[in-house]
Ligand binder design. Structure first.
Ligand code: AMP
Length: 285
């Protein structure tokens, strides 16, 4: 695997590639990330991963400084997966001058996670656009674990006419249902046993909708209280239409197989997010 830090070296290396599939990450790699590398491999002869903890998407009181950085073991995992190129720029490579030009996401970027993390999707979209311009991939793989991010990146690619196909990767979970996440490392052993309740609760709402319930607001409210009863601080539990993450029609006119249940909640000091499809579906996410 070639490890590359500068834009010049990246351009030189990728000039030799035919099709490029790109997987951006913030490192601290787990099986979820590695499943995306394997998916990327199905699409292109050259798989490029990036590791960059993007300061722009962290709020002033968020965990930028304590975000887990495990560069050496990440490299070993990527080598084992047969990734061709690791692009791991330093902060001054990505932001040699303050990033005053930004991508302004649409209003849905200020809802759900965006409502609780002001500027988050502005920071995400800005770094993803920069990475896309540096790597110039044919395909880019994003996890459904971060569903709102996946939607906003897909929208950005469409509206800015970027010649990149976005490939969604399924969420990889532990056996008890907890979605793998670098932030799971923050959980104490007791919190770790409690943590799968977020997934179970979202799954419960999705199953109720699949069985015909359309009183989404009631379902959201009882899911919120269920989590709160077990010590969670809930940011949101939301039933949304998979197309554009719009609020579904209160009479339940949206077809259940386009609905997604999303949630974010904090356990102790660890904020977890997750989402489930009401009914499993193929195709665009
Ligand atoms: P991150 O390093 O958290 O920025 O994530 C990098 C990519 O991995 C994003 O596209 C995430 O959606 C994806 N990802 C994170 N966790 C998982 C998971 N459990 N399963 C599948 N993809 C994931």
């Amino acid at each position: 695997m070639d490890q590359i830090q500068s834009a010049e070296a990246l351009r030189e290396r990728l000039g030799r590639a035919d099709q490029v599939a790109f997987v951006p990450t913030m490192g601290n790699l787990h099986e979820g990330h590695l499943s995306l590398m394997r998916l990327a491999r199905k699409h292109a002869d050259c798989v490029v991963a990036s590791i960059f903890v993007n300061r722009l998407q962290f709020g002033p009181n968020e965990d930028f400084d304590r975000y887990p950085r495990t560069f050496e073991s990440d490299i070993a995992k990527l080598e084992r997966e047969g990734v061709d190129v690791l692009f791991a720029p330093h902060e001054h490579d990505m932001y040699p001058t303050p990033q005053v030009y930004r991508v302004q996401p649409p209003p849905v970027g200020d809802e759900l996670d965006g409502a609780f993390r002001p500027g988050f999707f502005n920071g995400v979209c800005t770094v993803v656009l920069k990475l896309f311009n540096l790597v110039q991939p044919d395909f880019a793989v994003f996890g459904k674990k971060d569903r709102q991010q996946l939607k906003l990146v897909r929208g950005m690619v469409q509206q800015f006419n970027l010649p990149i196909q976005i490939i969604p990767g399924e969420t990889v979970r532990a056996d008890d249902g907890l979605a793998l996440s670098s932030r799971n490392n923050y959980l104490s052993p007791v919190e770790r046993t409690e943590a799968p309740r977020l997934y179970r609760t979202l799954r419960g709402v999705a199953d109720d909708i699949a069985r015909g319930r359309t009183d989404y607001a009631n379902l959201e409210a009882s899911a919120r209280s269920e989590l709160a009863r077990h010590g969670w601080k809930v940011d949101y539990i939301a039933v949304r239409n998979g197309i554009g993450l719009r609020i579904p029609h209160p009479e339940g006119f949206d077809h259940p197989n386009v609905l997604i249940v999303l949630g974010a909640a904090t356990l102790g000091s660890t904020r977890l997010i997750d989402n489930v499809d009401v009914t499993p579906k193929d195709g665009e996410d």
